[in-house]
Design a binder for this molecule. Sequence first.
Ligand code: ZN
Ligand code: ZN
Length: 283
Amino acid sequence: MFADLHLHTNFSDGTYTPEELAAHGKRHGLAAMSLTDHDTVEGCARMAAACEGQGIEFIPGAELTAEVNGNELHLLGYFVDRENKKLLSETSRFQTVRQDRIREMVTRLNQLNVPLKVEAAFAIANCRSPGRPHVARALVQGGFCSNLDEAFERFLKVNRPGWVPKCKMSAFDAIALIHQAGGVAVMAHPGLNRTDDVIPQLQQAGLDGIECFHSRHSGGITRHYLEMAERYHLLVTGGSDCHGMNRGKPLVGSIKLPYQYVEKLKERAAKRKAGSLQPQPVG
Ligand SMILES: [Zn+2]
Ligand SMILES: [Zn+2]
């Protein structure tokens, strides 16, 4: 039995609907799937129903953008309560930040004589958690770039002229936010971050796990994080980080996480919900 615990839909910057994603999961024989859209849990209700229809176990989730010591990192919150007031108010605040960032990116593109309209980017996004891939798709659709890679290379990658820095919450606040919503906090794709040296500090602050298996981790990187997880007593998770048809082929099911890791995640979630894990003092 296998799971894919890192997936996006069109409730953020993925292209699949929850129903399409669940159907792909079924095709790949997944026993469990989690939805981890950026800064939102809005898609979880539909994904839960879609998974039920396919006979797949569903694990509610979200991927929060955060930072530590000036480095961006993403925190996955699993088994969060989708009705949690504080989680909803904080994610809604960050959705507004995301929308403002899209406007700012379009303004910069306009200053570069790319007459993209902000409405075009929002129409493609059609969700409350828009991101750079939506601007990239609008650039291609408007005929300003020939493909998504060109849109990122010319305009949207970090430090390119259309890029706008993101305003993020601290990793410590994100972990606390996930915990108060009854969730388990996991560092996403550590191999893509520069945050290894803060893992001990985050573990002290209650980080529950790290995503060792990820579609962009090589075998060596996966082994490195499996060792770190062991050393710091962290849970191990994994997922494809599929965004549908964005930037290449769909990745859903390309990571097959053995179900034993899902069991461990569920045990931790039960403890978090029961409040039997005391918050540890920040080191
Ligand atoms: Zn991420
Ligand atoms: Zn992701």
